[in-house]
Design a protein around this ligand. Structure first.
Ligand code: 3H9
Length: 694
């Protein structure tokens, strides 16, 4: 095993190198020798300055998250930083890759920070349901000023080296030779002479803070927290940095960190952090399987979905050939893309230059032959098997050998689509979520014949275009939409039996969802489901008459709700009247429906379907399902995804209630999956079941 901490010398300058692959997390195996090295070098008269740097691909990317929730082992990070800050000779952090969380906090314990140009610095703890717990909420405002620090800490988004330099977070930025430059920098400081002020003594930027303005900005950010504790705690900690002496602010930060780290939300968010990384590990796609090279993508369809997918590829730097059936449709699609980028420019999130560069990566065409040079082709045409098969038949004729052929179907059988080609091994599902340029989730559907290197390519593309991929098997609706269907099954019954759309939706938003099922229906357009029902010969007691009245949701100003001004839903007495009438017609006596019942009849069937999906091997792990729901459907991150939440809720309780509703309604969605029954009886978890199966 490598030495986690080594010390070398360049004459009178000591260089401490941390080496704890893969990301130099501050595990105990690294903390103990680091503390020792600092104590020794601090006292060593032959050392006139210390450079702190890292081996491998990155500077320290944070505390070791796997140690959270376990007994604390000294020295803790705060103790190391305190020791570092006491050293009178100049200390310089030399940063490459990412200095994140505890890593940046460690660097803030140094007098100076220097970085490579492509380095990133940030405090992403909020994304783990935490706040920085080793002085970051105090020292960062001292260096950047409270307003900038507030944004960095509450968003968790890192800044690049140039921004860090401009804000005073780093003193120098280099293009190469980081350690040599850091040594030279340290030497200059020694020559310039001390005393060297630790960050804790540099309060200039927080003095004279306009506290009222700060509070306004903090409360704006708090509004976006939607039930999450961490963003609020982050903002409060930065406020403490302004209003309290250093040591008191530090103590308050530590207390808040200890509270959050043992709380349910952080546990859930840490679960999601590791779940996302697990999801990228796919059976049969080991490190030896090389992804195919992707230099150009072809996208078929320039409508909402195709346009969004095309933007995603271009945002990831992959040139796109965009195909439409007619010149008009193509022009319309490209104009929408242009408009979307212009909105980003007007919001300041994209420069005019970057927009022009992106637009230059699009080539429009109406001729399939122009897709011949593409390395991956994604179709986003009408969701109808015959249409998809026709497209894949054409692709089979024109695509170059080895091109990946992907379908963006949301429900259909990928194997049947693949059978329309002579190369089913090259066919894969890539199910994007709308709006595709925004939503993170990508369900990668593995067909019966999909080659391992095609899966590896889809995974690599996902990473390149900033998506969170989950590999799933073939079934109607895959993981997400199949569970959504189970969730929706009882929606109309709840209305008929006594709830209003607003009551149901409120239970969802109280739970932490961004919106409830009826608001979501209105946003997506009720006509979509209506058309689908008609094609399948199905009926909906309430949604059908709403659609017959032209109430398609937000786009027509009316759906389950009224939209008098834009997107704000208002309860509509007409809809309530319709629900009451239909209940009477069907002889249903309406009653008060409590929120617990709404949860049981909406979320438990969804968990049940998730368990079936696991039994059938459509998802490899329960945590994959959590990633699908958090990234594609707005399941609250503070609850860790449906399967993680189900274990907290209690599998035995869920099974008992499913049995209850099954006996009352006879509906299949309530019949508990054998896996759930097994776990309820054994008291085990989904992860145990997977291990047992393996
Ligand atoms: C903190 O610092 C608290 C302090 O304020 C207070 C303390 C008192 N710990 O993402 P990748 C693993 S909280 C343990 O695939 P990339 C990861 O699981 C922390 N493990 O690589 C994976 O393992 P495996 C604040 C970690 O190149 C492997 O490393 N810091 C940690 O795509 C590779 O990871 C953060 O939140 C960790 N901290 O991205 C930063 N980080 O191979 C979290 C990674 O077995 N990390 N692993 O699946 C990241 O954002 C990304 O990993 C990073 C690299 C950008 C660094």
């Amino acid at each position: 095993m490598n030495q986690p901490v080594t010390v070398s010398r360049d004459a009178d300058i000591a260089v401490i190198t941390l080496d704890n692959p893969p990301v130099n997390a501050l595990s105990h195996r690294l903390r103990a020798p680091l503390m020792e090295a600092l104590e020794k070098l601090g006292d060593d008269a032959s050392v006139s300055a210390i450079v702190l740097t890292c081996a491998g691909r990155t500077f320290v990317a944070g505390a070791d998250i796997t140690e959270f929730g376990k007994p604390m082992q000294h020295p803790i990070l705060g103790e190391i930083i305190a020791a570092l800050e006491k050293i009178a000779k100049p200390t310089v952090a030399a940063i490459h890759g990412t200095a994140l969380g505890g890593g940046l906090e460690l660097a803030l314990g140094c007098h100076f920070r220097v970085a490579l140009r492509d380095a990133k610095l940030g405090l992403p703890e909020v994304k783990l349901g935490l706040l920085p717990g080793a002085g970051g909420t105090v020292r960062l405002p001292y260096l950047l000023g409270p307003q900038k620090a507030l944004k960095v800490i509450v968003s968790g988004t890192p800044v690049d080296a140039a921004t860090a330099l401009e804000g005073g977070l780093v003193e120098a930025v280099y293009d190469r030779d980081l350690v040599a430059n850091a040594i030279a920098f340290a030497r200059e400081r020694v020559a310039a002479g001390g005393p060297f002020r630790p960050v804790r003594d540099r309060r200039e930027k927080i003095e004279n803070t306009d506290l009222a303005r700060f509070d306004t900005e903090a409360s704006e950010l708090a509004k976006k927290a939607r039930g999450l504790e961490a963003p609020i705690a982050c903002a409060q900690a930065v406020r403490n940095a302004i209003t309290l002496p250093f040591d008191e602010a530090l103590a308050a930060e530590r207390e808040a960190f200890m509270r959050l780290v043992s709380g349910e939300q952080s546990r859930a968010q840490r679960h999601l952090f590791f779940a996302e990384r697990e999801a990228a590990k796919v059976d049969g796609v080991g490190k030896d399987i090389k992804a195919r090279e992707i230099r150009r993508a072809g996208i078929i369809g320039a409508g909402t979905m195709g346009g969004g997918i095309a933007m995603s590829f271009v945002n990831g730097g992959i040139p796109v050939t965009l195909l439409e059936m007619s010149r008009e449709a193509l022009d319309r699609g490209l104009a929408t893309i242009d408009k979307n980028y212009s909105i980003s420019v007007s919001r300041g999130s994209l420069s005019e230059d970057a927009k022009s560069q992106r637009m230059a990566l699009f080539t429009g065409t109406t001729d399939y032959a122009d897709l011949a040079g593409c390395d991956i082709i994604v179709e986003a045409v009408f969701e109808e098997m015959s249409v998809k098969k026709d497209v894949f038949g054409k692709l089979d004729k024109i695509a170059r050998p080895g091109a990946v052929l992907a379908t963006n179907t949301s429900y259909l059988d990928v194997d049947e689509i693949a059978a329309a080609t002579s190369r089913p091994q090259d066919v894969v599902g890539m199910h994007f979520f709308s709006p595709a340029n925004v939503m993170k989730l990508l369900e990668i559907v593995r067909g019966k014949h999909t080659a391992p290197d095609v899966l590896a390519t889809a995974l690599a593309v996902a990473k390149r275009i900033g998506k969170v991929p989950v590999v799933v098997g073939v079934c109607h609706g895959f993981v997400g939409n199949r569970m959504l269907a189970a969730r929706s099954e009882e929606a109309e019954s709840l209305l008929l039996e006594g709830a209003s759309p607003a009551e149901v939706d409120k239970v969802f938003t109280d739970f932490g969802w961004p919106m409830g099922p009826f608001q979501m229906g209105d946003l997506a357009g009720l006509d979509i489901g209506w058309r689908n029902r008609k094609s399948l010969g199905k009926k909906a007691i309430i949604a059908d008459p709403l659609c017959e009245q032209g109430r398609f949701g937000q786009k027509t100003g009316k759906g389950y709700y009224l939209y008098e001004n834009g997107r704000t839903p208002k309860s509509d007495p007409e809809v309530l009247k319709l629900i009451e009438e239909k209940a009477r017609e069907h002889g249903i006596e309406r009653r008060t429906i409590l929120s617990q019942e709404i949860i049981e009849r909406s979320l438990y069937p969804m968990i049940n379907e998730g368990a079936r999906i696991l039994e059938e091997g459509i998802a490899a792990r329960a945590s994959d399902i959590d990633i699908v729901w958090v990234n594609g459907y707005g399941f609250p991150i503070g609850k860790g995804g449906p399967m993680f939440w189900a274990e907290k809720e209690g599998i035995a309780k869920i099974v008992e209630r499913l049995d209850h509703w099954h006996s009352r309604t006879g509906k299949a969605v309530f019949g508990p999956a054998p896996l759930l029954r097994k776990l309820a009886a054994s008291g085990g978890s989904f992860a145990d079941a997977r291990e047992a199966a393996a």
